[in-house]
Design a protein around this ligand. Structure first.
Ligand code: G3I
Ligand code: 9MR
Length: 554
């Protein structure tokens, strides 16, 4: 949004909560003064921009203005050095509520093994695909009890991303993040109505949605020995077709330590979270506890078994060779569920200081659960250690935010495949710092991270389909590409800028605009490395949108 010649003003395109820290960024030039006008032309706020500072990740200069004094809901006009900014400035008491709903509804749109009805999916209604009732055991997953070629059933679950496969490792962190959102902000989610088939039943929609995936996850465990299959997949990626048109044979591929422990962690979390709803969910929590314990025992017997992608399997490896973080996470959740000292000792043995979570790095998830249930920890020393670990991380991220020309904790090296989710998982960890200390700067920094993905970035794009003024149109998402509808399926977070450009060969003739970390994004279907969507990226979007809506003081 251009203001003065050469100056672009970037801000959160969904608007600000009345009580939020409200930062906007002007890029290019050296803007000085701003004013904010009401729709009737009356000036309600005047102020000055900070200095214009160059940022390596974008190669441009940015200046920040703080409009936090603007607390009255409404639509305003921002002027920079007298020039009106085209985008409206919005203050809205529900600024992030619809975003949280849409981001959660996206999971419904990615349900496998079911038709989406028009009353729930609107124009995105579609036929069922991938029943997954006859899944073949691949040689990489064979055991004496289930040799290669035998057939098992594992229906439901969410498609991982823009592809149609189902991967335990990535599903684990995604499901946990939704369950954590519920545990931390129950009042927010209790009131939401997503318009999914289960809406209106005795259970909050977020738990109904997560249940769809948990049922599948349960079926990914080999009942014979507690081992967990790494993934359920075709041997090659399908074309860009609708689910029902992808009829290639599906396989259980691999077994490994990461899948078993991620599974154990999520099942232990679910046993805890769903316990109050056990009348509604058959066999909970006993079934999940047993599944978690069996997977844990399997992992103890196979403590260092990385997933290795077989030669004849192309899709998503989600391979990871370091298991301390998975052990720490599973141990933490199993400790909270059972209170058994064995699990606490395992947590202490494996836990490293928490970092920003990602699918290969899940240690922090255990810390977050422990902090939320601090009353269940063995003693005060344990409580202090957990709180201090989370606070140190929040302080580190807040310092980066404070020092950044864009007021964002993202560093040039954070621009990896799925960088928008890095930004949101940074926010998730800042929010843990805020929940522990009530230090306002942690909340403000988390807000900035959400602002970043919603438009306060050098591309001026709000990266969530259908949420904002300039949003992705051509995500790498098979249903969005194949359904014949111009608008992509709504509520999906695009992966975001990624200078790795690992899709360059598939995007020949569609050049990326830039190699700069924060600019390397392509709104084209070919760009799975910058414009795909994924459940593990949408989950922290749900969490952060709900958290800011719930935690920001009025
Ligand atoms: O582990 C190395 C690290 O040691 C190194 O410092 C770093 C430098 O770039 O790279 C790290 O590996 C990266 C790996 O993710 C782990 O973070 C790779 O470069 C990077 O290419 C890899 O990207 C993953 C991508 O699949 C390719 O495997 C993404 O994280 C992951 O989100 C993405 O997931 C795909 C699934 O495979 C298939 N379904 C869609 C989904 C989303 O695109
Ligand atoms: O569609 C696939 C996407 O989900 C993955 O993230 C990506 C990387 O593993 O691969 C995509 O599939 C492409 C394949 O890797 C190469 N040929 C083109 C495929 C689809 O455009």
């Amino acid at each position: 949004a251009r203001a003065a010649p050469g100056v672009q003003v970037r801000m959160d395109q969904l608007g600000f909560l009345p009580g939020a820290r409200k930062l906007v960024v002007a890029e290019g030039g050296a803007p000085r003064a701003f004013e904010v006008e009401r729709e009737d032309g009356q000036v309600v706020l005047r102020g000055r921009f900070g200095p214009a500072v160059r940022w390596d990740a974008s190669g441009t200069r940015a200046a920040v203005a703080d409009l936090s004094a603007l607390a009255e809901p409404g639509r305003y006009r921002l002027k920079v050095d007298g020039h009106p900014v085209p985008d409206p400035l919005v203050v809205d008491a529900q600024a992030h509520a619809g975003l949280a709903d849409a981001a959660l509804k996206a999971f419904y749109f990615n349900r496998a093994g079911t038709a989406l009805a028009p009353e729930h999916a609107g124009v995105y209604a579609r036929a069922a695909g991938h029943p997954d009732t006859g899944v073949e055991i691949h040689p990489s997953a064979a055991t004496p009890a289930l040799p290669a070629g035998s057939v098992v059933s594992a229906p439901k679950g969410w498609y991982d991303a823009g592809d149609y496969n189902k991967y335990v490792v990535n599903s684990g962190i995604s499901t946990w993040t939704l369950l954590a959102a519920w545990e931390h902000y129950p009042r927010f989610f209790q009131e939401r109505d997503l318009g999914i088939p289960e809406s209106g039943d005795a259970v909050p929609d977020i738990l109904d949605e997560a249940w769809w995936n948990l049922e599948w996850l349960l079926a990914m465990q080999d009942p014979a020995d507690g081992g967990v299959w790494h993934k359920l997949t075709t041997l090659r990626f399908s074309g860009m077709v609708m689910p029902e048109a992808d009829t290639a044979r599906r396989y259980m591929v691999g077994r490994g330590t990461a899948a078993a422990l991620d599974f154990a962690a999520v099942m232990a979390t679910a046993a805890r979270v769903y316990a109050p709803f056990k009348a509604h969910f058959p066999g909970v929590p006993a079934r999940m506890r047993a599944a978690a314990e069996a997977a844990w025992r399997w992992a103890l017997a196979h403590p260092d078994l990385p997933y290795r992608q077989p030669e004849d399997v192309a899709p998503g490896a989600y391979g990871d060779g370091h298991f301390d973080d998975e052990f720490a996470w599973a141990a933490a959740e199993l400790y909270l569920l059972t209170g058994e000292a064995e699990y606490w000792r395992a947590f202490e043995r494996h836990a490293r200081d928490p970092g920003v979570p990602a699918w290969p790095d899940v240690g922090a998830l255990g810390w977050v659960s422990l902090a939320h249930h601090a009353d269940r920890l063995p003693d005060d020393a344990a409580r202090r250690r957990v709180a201090a670990g989370l606070e140190r991380l929040a302080a580190r991220l807040a310092a980066r935010w404070q020092a950044s020309p864009w007021r964002v904790a993202m560093q040039p090296e954070d621009f990896v495949w799925g960088s928008n989710a890095v930004a949101l998982n940074q926010a998730l960890m800042l929010l843990q710092g805020y929940r522990l200390t009530q230090r306002r700067e942690y909340l403000d920094a988390a807000q900035s991270q959400l602002d970043w993905v919603l438009g306060r970035n050098p591309l001026g794009v709000s990266f969530v389909t259908g949420q904002g003024l300039r949003t992705p149109r051509h995500i790498h998402h098979r249903p969005s590409a194949a359904d014949g509808i111009a608008d992509p399926v709504p509520g999906w977070l695009s992966g975001g800028p990624n200078p790795g450009q690992q899709d360059a060969r598939d995007c020949q003739g569609v050049p990326y605009p830039s190699k700069r970390p924060a600019l390397s994004w392509l709104d084209h279907e070919c760009s799975y490395a910058s414009n795909e969507v994924a459940i593990n990226w949408n989950a922290p979007l749900v969490y952060v949108a709900a958290a800011l809506q719930a935690l920001t003081p009025p």
